[in-house]
Ligand binder design. Sequence first.
Ligand code: NZQ
Ligand code: ZN
Length: 391
Amino acid sequence: MENFTFYSPTLFAFGKERENETGSYVKRFGGSKVLIVYGGGSVIRSGLLERVKTSLEKESLEYILLGGVKPNPRSGFVYEGIELCKKENVDFVLAVGGGSTIDASKAIAAGVVYDGDFWDFYCGKYIENALPIGTILTIAAAGSEGSPDSVITHENGMLKRGATGDAIRPRFSILNPALTQTLPTFQTACGITDIMAHLYERYLTNTTEVEVTDRMIEALMLTMIHEGPRVIEDPNNYETRANIMWAGMMAHNNSCGVGRSQDWNSHNIEHELSALYDCAHGAGLAVTMPAVFTYVCQHDVKRFAQVAVRVWGCQMDFYHPEVTAKAGIEALRSFLISIGMPKNFAELGAKEEDIPYLVDTLCNSNGRDGSINGFVTLSEEDCKKIYQLMV
Ligand code: NZQ
Ligand code: ZN
């Protein structure tokens, strides 16, 4: 295991009706004038936004509203939010929605207290300061409610990039599983896929002797494999929603990624797809992961065989471990298809003729110099072959 520092100070308020306590948490973490950020309207239709407003009013907190975050949030919205916060002297940013709303809120919170262009953070500058952030989560997926990360797409070039910094870890996150019951089935499945990806991207490590985090990841994967089909079958099952929601947080606040190198090649390869085609991140990952894993399997057959046996219940073939490893990848592929995820470029709305463009932006923008690094270093030629496997 490698040395590590783990700092995760977010307060989690989990369970039914916890959103009615929002005002008290904003107050506890120093807010007096709040920017409420939300997406395309699901929180209006569900009545959640009204309940949140009532809770802030009960604590005599001022607020202003900024709705309209799109999935795969864009830079234009962030610039608008930063200007609004400065003009209105906002001192707290409250995200009500999914990963896109939370990520846009994080970008705004960091941009308000920064003299330069907020995009600097998405080109590699570490986020040192930000306004305090709170979240009320409505979809179990991105894990942004417990992560120090934000992913934004710049409209100039449609570059989808991530930024990081402990300053943008939410001060509090309210997780009421019942709020996720209004999700369309497709979005629920996208969330399940993203959670599985966050687990795989940590499982694929070059660090040895990481038994504790291996076992934590396996437990979370097994939970998702158990609960995924149940929630697709019965979207109103609160207990299933609860297990998925907490697994989604655990998968990405990095408690199971500490002390080990991590992968993130699948995420980087996918981000080019959701940037260009505006597809759901989880749907893009469903097509990307089996292709990447097939391509890099030879790098560490034992690790792929281990997850196949421990998580997917495959039989270990000691003479041909690569057969076991591949069976695990196929089990993942079948699982994703079974919950309604796309399996190839066509189903995702991606085009084979765009592969040269995808490879070029993936490997040569934002300071990258012809490759991406993760579990395996992938050259432009490797990435081209991986995209071709998805066709
Ligand atoms: O916009 P509204 O109207 O709210 O509708 C949303 C949106 O259309 C809808 N939705 C959310 N909760 C709902 C609901 N509809 C009905 N009932 C509810 N309870 O679902 C759609 C998708 O929402 P979005 O916020 O985009 O989903 P998700 O949480 O999957 O976020 C995806 C974004 O997060 C980034 C992704 O790249 C993508 O941009 N990620 C962020 C990470 C992070 N910050 O740590 C890590 C992830 O790997 C990921 O890259
Ligand atoms: Zn993700």
